[in-house]
Design a protein around this ligand. Structure first.
Ligand code: GAR
Length: 184
């Protein structure tokens, strides 16, 4: 799993598979040595891989990733572009979650609260999550799954974020499980 932020999805996914003998989170990769995910995952028995942005962006990370022979590379709030060499080396194995209904509210700079603020500003009647394969362009890879949630006049960027996080916690582990099971 790859994360740059607080890592609540990482923790949720890790817990979901904790009792599963067939599916294991091999390591948590981050590009930020002070990312919340490190503190959050400290109590769990999980391997951390902390590397500088340049290591991810140049593709130098590929060797390290390959050591784990991953069936799936799961991004959860990982905010750097994936290097072309990484995409080539792990084809159809990298997925991401976006906190909106792509293609709306995607692209560079659209992450976390920026997305929820934009959805709020546009007075959208709904938002949701998108789980997609990663390609060379931000938020443009093939969509695997989307789920909507309704918004009302009382919603704020903070409540929108909460609603979206709940969708993420429910569906991301299930979709990961499905992709890994379908692969076998
Ligand atoms: C999640 O809501 C995820 O969808 C979003 O970052 C958050 C990370 O939260 N990703 C993006 O915005 C990608 N463009 P977390 O660190 O608590 O899991």
């Amino acid at each position: 799993m790859w994360a740059s932020g607080s890592g609540s999805n990482v923790e949720n996914i890790f817990k979901y598979f904790q009792q599963n003998p067939l599916i294991k989170v091999a390591a948590v990769f981050t590009n930020k040595s002070n990312a919340g995910v490190l503190q959050r995952m400290e109590p769990y028995k999980v391997v951390f891989e902390i590397h500088e942005n340049a290591v991810f962006e140049s593709g130098a990370i590929d060797q390290t990733v390959a050591k784990y022979t991953p069936d799936l590379i799961v991004l959860a709030g990982f905010l750097r572009k994936i290097a072309p060499s990484t995409l080539l080396r792990f084809p159809n194995k990298i997925i991401n979650i976006h906190p909106a209904l792509l293609p709306k509210y995607g692209g560079k700079g659209m992450f976390g609260m920026h997305v929820h603020q934009a959805v709020y500003d546009q007075k959208e009647a709904e938002t949701g999550i998108t789980i997609h394969y990663v390609n060379a362009h931000y938020d443009e890879g093939a969509i695997v799954f989307q789920q909507k949630v309704a918004l009302g006049p009382d919603d704020t960027p903070a409540t929108i974020a909460q609603k979206v996080h709940l969708l993420e916690y429910k569906h991301y582990p299930e979709i990961i499980e499905k992709l890994l099971t379908d692969h076998e």
